[in-house]
Ligand binder design. Structure first.
Ligand SMILES: *Cc1c(COP(=O)(O)O)cnc(C)c1O
Length: 397
């Protein structure tokens, strides 16, 4: 979303964020910002969203004690916020139903999205089916080949899937095509971004929609633990499940917040997907944040065993939280995630997504360094059914 006519606008987290987009999209983003502000001020919108989250998504999600995992870690009690139990098996649906309701309010009849592994595409197609909006999803042809099951899911849900044959035929190329579509279709079309990334107001909208996780979790802590937890831990791809659980705890200075990036195979460029740990400030997809890039500002290749963390950028609010010191960012590598994937399955009867397994790994280390009367909460961002085949391959089964 950069481009020669890039212009800078408000919507900053410190110096990060902003709106670096071609002129043709500025009006659409301003319309979206106004519509979002109006929706937030309208009790009718909140009532409709709450009803959908309860009756369709299945909220509130459970807050589960993990005693056997905690014993294995050897310290604090570990608790899981169960986004894996949300409809479609991950937190992504919280955002897509909210944005579909917003699009309906704006009088848009058509939704577009881009997807890498297909998880955001499926969550978008699901919300569109529920509310009867036309849905078109852009996906790199190479990704579509690797994730053919998700392509079929989207089609079952009534979406049209455009396989993009240009460039590396992956997410980057799908994003370019979706942007091109939106520039010509903003009159009747809303573009649903899947994480706290992109130009203002997307990082704010997605964080607010995902904050339902943290609002529920904070109340569950007060109720079940009788107070706030000592630490809250979440994996960070674009950063939406982390921002959603962190935001309601940010003002609670006694609560340690830890985001976990994908360490992949090692610290060399191209081997990981950890922009907050190894990247530098730069503009990617319409906003300023930490980016994995080379000396010339060329975006680096990334690697992670989990497709949902395999992204060279991160939401601008995380960049702000990192620099301000409010949130710590750690790294878990492929091997550690794969180990945690098996450990949580065996000890708690919960097969986590490989993305989530990164957070589980770091949570075990942190819990292990704390006394037994402390409490550590992990955002269990999604279930691992989608990853069992990849895990079989990685484990050489
Ligand atoms: C997509 C995804 C992620 C990463 O996205 P964020 O925006 O960083 O939350 C993490 N976990 C699961 C299960 C996902 O599907």
């Amino acid at each position: 979303m950069s481009g020669e006519a890039a212009r800078e606008h408000d919507g900053r987290f410190g110096t990060f964020g902003g709106r670096y987009v071609p002129e043709t999209l500025v009006a659409a983003l301003e319309e979206l910002e106004t519509a979002w502000r109006d929706a937030r001020a309208d009790p009718g919108f909140e009532t409709e969203l709450d009803a959908c989250l309860r009756d369709f998504v299945g909220r509130p999600t459970a807050f589960t004690r993990a005693p056997r995992l905690s014993t294995q870690a050897g310290g604090a009690m570990i608790w899981l916020k169960r986004e894996d139990l949300a409809h479609t098996g991950a937190h992504k649906i919280n955002n897509t139903v909210g944005q579909v309701l917003l699009a309906q309010r704006m009088g848009k009849t058509r939704i577009i999205a881009e997807t890498g592994a297909g998880q955001h595409g499926v969550a978008t197609a699901t919300a569109c089916a529920r509310y009867g909006l036309a849905c078109e999803v852009y996906m790199g042809a190479e990704d579509a080949r690797r994730q053919s099951l998700n392509v079929f899911r989207m089609k079952l849900l009534g979406a049209r899937v455009h396989e993009v044959d240009s460039g590396s035929r992956t997410l980057k190329d799908a994003t370019n095509e979706a942007m091109r579509d939106w520039m010509g279709s903003v009159g009747d079309t809303h573009y649903i971004l899947g994480s706290v990334v992109g130009p203002h107001p997307f990082p704010t909208i997605v964080r607010e929609l995902q904050s339902v996780i943290g609002v529920e979790c904070r109340a569950q802590c007060l109720d079940v633990l009788g107070g706030l937890p000592d630490a809250v831990i979440a994996c960070v791809g674009g950063g939406s499940n982390a921002a959603g659980i962190f935001a309601p705890f940010v003002a609670d200075q006694g609560v340690r917040l830890v985001g976990v990036e994908a360490g992949g195979r090692g610290n060399e460029p191209g081997q990981h997907a950890a922009p907050l740990t190894f990247g530098s400030p730069g503009i990617l997809h319409g906003s300023l944040s930490y980016v994995l890039q080379d000396q010339e500002g060329q975006t680096s290749d990334v690697h992670s065993c989990s497709a949902g963390l395999d992204y060279p950028g991160v939401g601008p609010e995380h960049a702000f939280w990192k620099d301000s010191g409010r949130v710590e960012y750690a790294v878990a590598n492929d091997a550690e995630a794969l180990e945690a994937f098996q450990t949580l399955s065996r000890l708690e009867g919960i097969i986590p997504a490989l993305e989530t397994a990164h957070a589980i790994s770091t949570a075990m280390t942190i819990a292990g360094s704390m006394p037994a009367e402390r409490h550590v909460v992990v955002n269990c961002s999604g279930r691992g059914d989608k990853d069992v085949q990849e895990a079989m391959r990685l484990l050489g089964v």
